[in-house]
Design a protein around this ligand. Structure first.
Ligand SMILES: CC(C)NC(=O)[C@H](Cc1c[nH]c2ccccc12)NC(=O)[C@H](CCCC/N=C(/NCCC(=O)O)S[C@H]1O[C@H](COP(=O)(O)OP(=O)(O)OC[C@H]2O[C@@H](n3cnc4c(N)ncnc43)[C@H](O)[C@@H]2O)[C@@H](O)[C@H]1O)NC(=O)OCc1ccccc1
Length: 226
């Protein structure tokens, strides 16, 4: 059974109307990531951070999966169970809303909340406030269930195991500028996997890939899947 690991980034959700980070008018051109995507920024101004993620949660809820998300869900359904694994850096839920099941959110999810005191997590209400009490321990220490810079990504042991067992590694809509995700192509190559980049333009790690196809995800991903 061919094992396929697919890494996705903000580019796959761009055509669903969710801004990317580093493109023209990307999120990091409008917000300082040190203020809104670090534990230090959250400690300094939790209200600003909650506002930032409440707005992104609202945008994601109003967005819809595009043909790239739908094609990946079709691929998973067409192959034997366990053949396709999506590892996404995205915090939106468009993969699941497209029908994908085998999805690891290595940087967390907008639809989840977490307690900064006891670590419990629960389904996030549309609007969250830092002083909201934790349903498990009662502490007024709510934060978005998002992995910020300087924090350990989720599912790392399972991800590395999947990369070691992969026959094919595909990266879709990611600039290859944030680690450890940007090193996955090398991890997969080292383990003998074939590697393919599907992106609007060459990423920062394009030279690490065996094959590349450049163009909008909603066009090139369905063609690759068919
Ligand atoms: C800035 C960078 C240099 N810094 C890091 O990488 C840091 C530090 C670091 C660690 N190791 C290093 C090694 C070297 C240098 C630095 C480091 N990494 C960390 O802090 C990580 C944690 C990082 C996670 C931060 N949280 C995010 N997101 C959640 C928040 C939120 O979403 O608000 S990162 C965030 O930016 C990342 C990059 O974004 P992309 O998704 O790639 O989006 P981008 O805008 O950059 O690019 C979009 C691409 O799409 C393309 N595109 C656009 N439109 C389309 C289209 N229509 N179709 C197709 N493609 C399209 C564009 O051409 C472009 O190429 C994503 O991961 C995204 O999740 N933690 C950690 O390292 O812990 C310890 C550790 C170490 C080893 C092993 C285990 C643990």
């Amino acid at each position: 059974m061919t094992k396929i690991v697919i890494l996705t980034g903000a580019g796959i959700s761009a055509e669903s109307g969710l801004g990317t980070f580093r493109d023209v008018d990307g999120l990091w051109t409008r917000y300082d990531l040190n203020d809104v995507a670090t534990p230090e920024g959250f400690a300094r101004d939790p209200g600003l951070v909650m506002e930032f993620y409440n707005a992104r949660r609202r945008n994601a809820a109003e967005a819809a999966p595009n043909p790239a998300h739908l094609a990946l869900a079709r691929l998973e359904a067409a192959l034997p169970p366990g053949s396709v694994r999506i590892v996404t850096q995205n915090v939106d839920d468009l993969h699941e809303r497209a029908g994908s099941r085998a999805v690891w959110h290595m940087h967390g999810q907008l639809v989840r909340a977490r307690c900064a005191a006891c670590g419990a997590d629960w389904a996030a209400p549309p609007v969250m406030r830092a002083e909201d009490p934790c349903p498990a321990c009662g502490a007024p220490a709510t934060r978005p269930d998002i992995v910020w810079f300087g924090e350990m990504p989720y599912h790392m042991e399972e991800i590395w195991e999947a990369l070691r067992a992969a026959d094919l590694f595909v990266a879709i809509g990611t600039s290859g500028s944030v680690y450890p995700a940007a090193a996955f192509v090398q991890d997969a190559s080292r383990a003998g996997a074939e590697t393919l980049e599907l992106n609007l333009e060459p990423s920062e790690t394009v030279s690490d890939f065996d094959r590349v196809r450049h163009g909008p995800a909603s066009g090139i991903v369905p063609v690759w899947v068919e």
